[in-house]
Structure formats: structure tokens, C-alpha cells
Design a protein around this ligand. Structure first.
Ligand SMILES: C=C(O[C@@H]1C=C(C(=O)O)C=C[C@H]1O)C(=O)O
Length: 191
């Protein structure tokens, strides 16, 4: 198997708790994948002089995937608010992310008009924010290739953020996939 093929071969299927994946994860990747503060802030620091940009791939209303609905505890036939982005350093996607929230909970939240501002810059300012447990995968996200981003994925992670506000409570599933371009630019191991 070539090195490139290896990097794109999933180690295991679907999502599993981060602790179960730890033996397969290098210490350098653990620093990234297990972090619970803002990824946007971390990417900006790691990128140094490189300009950071959120490229909006898609935002709107759609069906959640079954595993997403399950993670949010909603029926798969409930409409959801979906947002897909690429987090780019100097124009190169390092991370792609797909966030999902029950549509009924998004009404009146600032989320709808984020545009190319980072979700993290809004989310981590919310008082009483709680982050659920992290789960990881080595599968590549399909929405990246649909948008012409062909990079393999070193690690993907997801967790649900919860916060209550005067508009009601919000559960937001955030899925982030660390791309091989990021590993190459930062000199990280393949996994
Ligand atoms: C959740 C964060 O927000 C980041 C920005 C996102 C966006 O703009 O859609 C999505 C996932 C993130 O990695 C973060 O910075 O930790």
C-alpha cells in the first residue's frame, strides 16, 4: 500500500469515544483532537503569519444524517440547520467542519447570519456553554469532496455543544475533520 493510500484508509468505522482511539493516535495529534477550547483560535496561532479564513461551503435547511440525528437525540425526519465550512490557512483547507442543530432551536439565534465569521468566535462567547464528550473517526467526510476538497482526513471529531439563552436551549453538533494538508504544513505524523 502506498503512503498516500494508507493515509486515506480508515482505521475503524464510524464514531468512537476519544479514549478508545487514543492508542492509535500520536501524541501530536492528541493535542489537537482532544482539545476542548476554540479550534479557530488554535488554528490561527498554529498558522502564524498565514491568513486564516472561513470558507462557507453551504448553510441552510436540510435533513440530518441518521448518525447526526442520533447524536442530537432528534428524529432523522426533523429538519435541521446545516452549515459546512472549510477552515483555511493561506487559502489551503486544513479543517472541514459540518455543524447541525435542530431547526426549531436555531430561530432567533445569531447563528443564521454568521456568514464567513467563525462559528467558534460566536459559540465560545455564549455564557453557560457545555461541551459534550468528544468522539472520533478516521473516515473522510463526503461533503468535502463534493466541494472539490480532495484531501484525505487524518482524524475527525465531533461533540455536541449545549447552551441555554433567552430564546430557549440550543444543542449544536459540531463535526471537524483534520485534513492531511494540515499535517503536511505543520509536520505532523499521518495519524
Ligand atoms: C467550533 C468552532 O468553530 C469552528 C468554526 C466553524 C464554522 O465557522 O462553521 C465550525 C467548526 C469549527 O472548528 C471552534 O472554533 O472551536
Amino acid at each position: 500500500m502506498t503512503a498516500a493510500a494508507f493515509r486515506q484508509t480508515p482505521l475503524f468505522s464510524r464514531w468512537r469515544p476519544i479514549d478508545a482511539a487514543r492508542p492509535a493516535m500520536s501524541a501530536s495529534w492528541w493535542q489537537w483532537v482532544a482539545s476542548t477550547d476554540s479550534l479557530t483560535a488554535r488554528l490561527m496561532v498554529a498558522g502564524g503569519e498565514k491568513p486564516f479564513r472561513v470558507r462557507l461551503l453551504r448553510q441552510g435547511v436540510g435533513w440530518p444524517r441518521q448518525d447526526e440525528a442520533q447524536a442530537l437525540g432528534i428524529g432523522a425526519k426533523r429538519y435541521a440547520w446545516l452549515r459546512e465550512v472549510a477552515l483555511c490557512l493561506d487559502g489551503t483547507p486544513w479543517v472541514v467542519a459540518r455543524s447541525v442543530a435542530p431547526l426549531s432551536q436555531v430561530k432567533g439565534q445569531r447563528l443564521e447570519c454568521l456568514g464567513e465569521r467563525s462559528l467558534g468566535s460566536w459559540l465560545f462567547r455564549q455564557p453557560g456553554l457545555v461541551r459534550g464528550p468528544l468522539e472520533v473517526t478516521t473516515h473522510s467526510p463526503q461533503f468535502a469532496s463534493v466541494n472539490g476538497i480532495q484531501e484525505g482526513c487524518a482524524w475527525g471529531r465531533r461533540s455536541v455543544f449545549y447552551h441555554g439563552c433567552k430564546h430557549g436551549s440550543l444543542s449544536l453538533l459540531v463535526q471537524e475533520y483534520f485534513l492531511t494538508a494540515m499535517a503536511d504544513d505543520l509536520g505532523l505524523p499521518s495519524r
